[in-house]
Design a protein around this ligand. Structure first.
Ligand SMILES: [Fe+2]
Ligand SMILES: [Fe+2]
Length: 287
């Protein structure tokens, strides 16, 4: 990132922090979700379809929680740039949850029980909100925003990940990925300004990661179970390659995931704004 777009400053603990001055623009989108007509819409593969459906199911309640946990601190932020970025972050996440809810209803109609999972996650989050402090809830959002940002980077750098999807789903995931990169530092900067406790943040991140992996696996299995679908051996081996193969998701995400725990970590230490620029260039009608 060049200096024109990077600000270095200190927080109350005299630690230097760095943040992006990039504009965060919510975009109102329209996707043709009615064109998604195959039940196994990811390459005919039941496991990978269930996985991406489960992921989509988590967004409406999950992203509402991201909004709520950041919004709690809004009045404590005096810096006008960060205040504006928080507004952009809330706007983008609100659009994401809306669009994913729309497609989740389409998945329901195909026999993939996405909104049932949305309701399950909403109940879980309501319990967590009563149990935990605003600081822990914000730390959990920071952790999930890092996971979302590295997933977004992977998806945009590996077009083959979403190429097997119907066009509307490709457009949805690309747009969502681009905006996750645009606002990837907002929750982190708010936490750093208002709380600044890295030890707590790292501890919450470890729990959050474990919970996310277990939840993704359980929701994927639930979709298959409710659909009464037993995947074939071919589907199992394709899914295994998708996650654990040489170019697989898990292998590719391991290093960027671990970067979170470095002492000088900041989301914009990795400058991937070229992915945003590419998307804008390739999809001017959406950008
Ligand atoms: Fe999002
Ligand atoms: Fe996000």
């Amino acid at each position: 990132m060049n200096q024109a777009n990077k600000t270095i400053e200190t927080n109350g603990n005299d630690e230097s922090i760095v943040r992006s001055d990039a504009a965060i623009k919510p975009r109102k989108m329209h996707f043709d979700f009615d064109s998604v007509q195959d039940a196994y819409w990811y390459d005919g593969n039941a496991i990978l379809t269930a996985y991406f459906t489960a992921l989509s199911a988590t967004f409406p309640p999950g992203e509402q929680e991201f909004i709520d946990s950041v919004r709690h601190y809004r009045d404590q932020i005096t810096d006008p740039t960060l205040k504006e970025q928080v507004r952009g972050f809330i706007g983008q996440e609100a659009h994401h949850r809306h669009q994913h809810h729309q497609v989740n209803e389409v998945f329901d109609a195909l026999g993939l029980s996405a909104t049932r999972l949305e309701a399950h996650l909403s109940r879980h989050i309501a319990i967590q909100r009563k149990r935990h402090s605003p600081k822990t809830l914000l730390a959990a959002t920071v952790g999930m925003e890092h996971i979302t940002a590295i997933l977004a980077d992977h998806v945009l750098n590996h077009p083959d990940v979403i190429a097997p999807m119907p066009k509307a789903m490709q457009d949805l995931f690309r747009w969502h990925a681009v905006e996750e990169i645009e606002h990837k530092a907002v929750a982190f900067d708010v936490y750093h300004r208002c709380e600044g406790d890295r030890i707590h943040l790292n501890r919450v991140m470890k729990f959050q990661t474990l919970e996310f992996i277990i939840r993704s696996a359980c929701y994927t299995l639930a979709i298959l179970y409710w659909k009464r679908k037993m995947p074939s051996l071919n589907e199992i081996s394709a899914a295994f390659r998708f996650f654990w193969g040489k170019q697989g998701l898990m292998r590719n995400l391991a290093a960027p995931y671990r970067s979170f725990f470095k002492k000088d970590f900041h989301p914009w230490n990795k400058d991937n704004r070229d992915l945003i620029a590419n998307w804008k260039e390739n999809t001017p009608s959406l950008a």
